[in-house]
Design a protein around this ligand. Structure first.
Ligand code: 6PG
Length: 474
């Protein structure tokens, strides 16, 4: 029936409400539902010119009845138990062939399990990573889908129509079965953590090492946003640094407490990466820094106990910019390596160049560099780190010296730059053909007879050293 809605949406919080308006604006009739009917009514009343395309519903039964068959319902409720409860409440009302889409920041393993469980009941499921915050949800998010391919085929038209576009290309893609979509979103968030941490570290060097004002720092970020670092996060770093707090007349950055929140996606990325032996030290450093940011009393005590610090050696803005460019490339390289490993292990389609393309617009980490990354990944560097792709290797040769100078200067002055230095350390390990793990192997064999491989007998494991054990035996 023509007056039935093409899609339903549950959860009219910031993201849900903005997505609903976006869907209506794209020309689709949408039925909406919120746990509290007042919120649903208020949303409908405030929808302005889009009101006619929005069907407010008071109960889940009303919502389901308002939808054209097969029904598609986008759930925008908090990750974890609320999604599970929502699915439990909906399933008895659905028929075979209907589709549920989870658009929250769910753990990809939950989405994997939900795809299986719902599939067994004949219900389609998509775990949909949605990035871009409120603005993105309203005017074009980046959408990362995973789950049942048939569900994607059915929902693709609506989802693609509301996604951000980079030129003509919509930033929406299907990456594979199970939790593939939420996996890509989780890694996106891990990279987001590293990106933000590196920006904060450079800000810290300018603030604490160079004594610069927020206004000056804002101007620097603004300049960088016009060149190689052009990106949403650098753009809004310039913006927030320029804002004055109306209550005190001081820069808003100077009145915001230095404690970062986190909802878990960064941590999940790191845990999954370690599990797959594809670590992302830059993201790990960023997650750790957020944790330590919450330890204000401990940090104050530490500063009191160990107050000594030296002046920051001179650094030019070009060096700071170069450090951020190199750090960013290395962090993204780590992220794409993890995606490549996960893709192989999980059997996901997940072309890495498509991932980069999907991140070029709409999402929080969107940047000019992602377009070049998409091209480099398309050229088949998937099995090797993105950092080794010719165009990025060239950029690293140009900018790693600056990263080295910036990290060295920060270390000399005792100013923490954990993500930048983790990126550099990982890079240096990756370019050391003769490492130091021979010492680790000798120690393991000495204390536990764990065995090692000799360089003069490659491929033969289980060799032992002529150690003299502490009990006197050889
Ligand atoms: C996005 C963001 C978003 C995330 C926030 C906060 O892509 O739009 O990643 O999904 O929820 O960035 O995340 P944290 O609270 O973990 O910083």
């Amino acid at each position: 029936m023509s007056d039935q809605a093409a899609i339903g949406l549950i959860g009219l919080g910031t993201m849900g409400a903005n997505l609903a308006l976006n869907i209506a604006e794209a020309g689709h009739r949408i039925a909406v539902h919120n746990r509290s009917p007042d919120k649903t009514r208020a949303f409908h009343e405030q929808a302005g010119a889009l009101r006619d395309r929005i069907v407010p519903t008071e109960t889940l039964e009303d919502l389901v009845d308002a939808l054209a068959s097969p029904r598609t319902i986008l759930m925008m409720v908090p990750a974890g138990a609320p999604v599970a409860d929502q699915i439990d409440a909906l399933v008895p009302l659905l028929a075979e062939g209907d589709i549920l889409i989870d658009g929250g920041n769910s753990d990809w393993t939950d989405s994997r399990d939900r795809a299986t469980a719902l599939g067994d009941r004949g219900i389609g499921f998509l775990g949909l990573g949605v990035s871009g915050g409120a603005e993105g949800a309203r005017h074009g998010p980046s959408l990362m889908a995973g789950g049942h391919e048939a569900a994607w085929a059915a929902a693709e038209t609506v989802l693609t129509s509301i996604a951000a576009r980079f030129g003509d290309v919509p930033c929406a893609a299907y990456f594979g079965d199970g939790g593939a979509g939420h996996y890509v979103k989780t890694v996106h968030n891990g990279i987001e953590y590293a990106d933000m941490q590196m920006i904060a570290e450079i800000y810290g060097l300018m603030r604490d090492g160079q004594g610069r004002t927020a206004a000056d720092i804002s101007a620097v970020f603004d300049r960088w946003n016009g060149a190689a670092l052009e990106s949403y996060l650098v753009e809004i770093a310039a913006e927030v640094a320029a804002v004055i707090d109306p209550a005190t007349g001081r820069p808003i950055l100077d009145v915001i407490a230095d404690r970062a929140g986190q909802k878990g996606t960064g941590r999940w990325t790191v845990m999954d990466a370690q599990r797959r032996a594809a670590p992302l030290p830059a993201v790990e450093a960023a997650v750790t820094a957020r944790v330590l940011s919450g330890e204000a009393a401990l940090r104050a005590e530490g500063e009191h106990l160990f107050p000594e610090s030296d002046a920051l050696p001179p650094l030019t803005d070009a060096e700071l910019e170069g450090a951020l460019i190199a750090g960013k490339i290395l962090a993204y390289s780590q992220g794409f390596t993890l995606l490549s490993v996960a893709r192989g292990e999980e059997g996901w389609i997940m072309p890495l160049d498509t991932v980069a393309r999907t991140w070029r617009a709409g999402c929080i980490i969107r940047s000019a560099m992602l377009d070049d990354m998409a091209t480099a990944l398309e050229e088949g560097t998937c099995a090797r780190p993105l950092a080794f792709a010719p165009t990025f290797a060239e950029r690293l040769r140009a900018h790693v010296p600056a990263l080295r100078r910036v990290v060295a200067a920060a270390v000399a002055a005792g100013l923490p730059v954990p993500a930048l230095s983790a990126a550099l350390q990982h890079f240096d390990q990756l370019r050391q053909s003769r490492g130091t793990a021979n010492m680790i192997q000798a120690l393991r064999d000495r204390f536990g007879a764990h065995g090692f491989e000799r360089t003069d007998r490659p491929g033969e494991g289980g060799q032992h050293g002529p150690w003299v054990a502490t009990d006197g035996s050889a």
